[in-house]
Design a protein around this ligand. Sequence first.
Ligand SMILES: [Fe+2]
Length: 378
Amino acid sequence: MVTFMTTTGSENTVNRELEKLRRECQVKECCSDPLTKVEGLAYLVLIRPDIEKAAKFFVDYGLLLDIRTEKRIYLRGVSAEHHLIIIEKGPQALTTIGLKASEGDVQRLAHHYDQTIQAHPTQMGGQYVSLKDPDGLVVEVNCNLSTLLPIDKVPCESNWNTGDEKTRKNESVRNVISPVTVRKLGHSLHSVANIKKTVHWYQDTFGFIVSDFQFLPGDENPIVVFMRVDRGEVPTDHHTLGFGITPELGHIHSAFEMDTFEEVAVAGHWMSKRASEMQYKHGWGIGRHILGSQVFDYWRDPYGDLFEHYADGDLFNREKNTGYHLFNGSAQHQWGPDMTAEFKGLNRPWNTFKSVLRRIPSNDDLSIRRLAKMIKAI
Ligand SMILES: [Fe+2]
C-alpha cells in the first residue's frame, strides 16, 4: 500500500498520475539485504580558507565552539554527541559526511571495501572507515565516538498560555535575542549526477529507506529523494540524507534541530541582526515543510553554503510506507512565504549557467528536457 499526498489539481487525476509514477519508478524504496544499517548522521567536514570567519557563522547559528587548533575547529550542540561541524583550513568545499554505526558494521564495511579502520584524533575518539559515494563525497562511518558532557540549555520560551489552558500566571515572556544553541545535526541534502545510482548505493551499503520521492511530471526517475535510517520499530527522523537533481552539483543544505518553533524564530531574528555585518543571507522561512513537516528557516553562510534551523519534524519507523509526490514550487511548504530566489539558487546565475554548460554533454541526470521541466515546475 502506498501513501499519496498532493495539494494541487483534481485528486483523482493526480492520484492516477502518482500511481503511474510508483509503478514506473526506476529507483527502489529500500534494499532487502543491505550490507550494514547505520544509526544516523554524526558530523560534516567543511573546508574553508578562513576557518575563524567560517566558525563565526556557526557560533551565530547556535553551535558552540569547543576545540580550536591551528588548522581545525570543532563545534558542538547541547547534547552529549561528539562534534557536529568540523572546519578545516583549505580551498572551500564540503568534503565529508560522518555517519554513526556499530563496531561490527564498521568492520563489515572495512572488510567489504578492503579499507583499513582508522582512529580519530584523541578529542573525538572512536574509529572509522572512509568510503567514497558515487559522486565522490567522502563518507566516514564511525563507531565508539567520544561523548561530551551534555550542556543544560535554558529554554527559549516559557509556558504557553493557550485559549483554554493558562499555565503562565504573574509572569511575562521576555526572549533574549542571542544565538539559540542547536540540539543536533539532523540531515544533509546533496545534488548528484545520477540519482538512481547514488540512492541505490546508500540503500545497499547503509540500509537507508526512502521516506518520500518527488517527481517532475512524466519522469521515471525522481528529482528529490528523502531517506531515513532503518532502526526497525524505533522511529527516526523523516530524513537523515536527501538527494536531488539541481543545476549545480554538491551540497544543497544541512540542517540543525531546535527544540521549539519560538527557538527557530528567535535564532532567525539574531541572524537577521548579524546579517549585513557578517555577510549572511536569509534563504527562506519561516514556514512549515510538507514532506517531513518541519518548521524551517534557512540561512546562507559567508561562503554561500545553505543551512537550516528546524523544529517539530516527523519521525517514521520501518512500518511507514514510502510516499510518491509531484515536485513543484508549492509542494515544499504548507505555509510561510513563497520559496525565494536565494533558496532556489537563482541569485547565482553565472555559476548555474557554467554548471549546466559543463553537465549537459556529460549525459547525466540533468538533460535539457529535465531542466525545462524544472524551471516550469518552480
Ligand atoms: Fe532540510
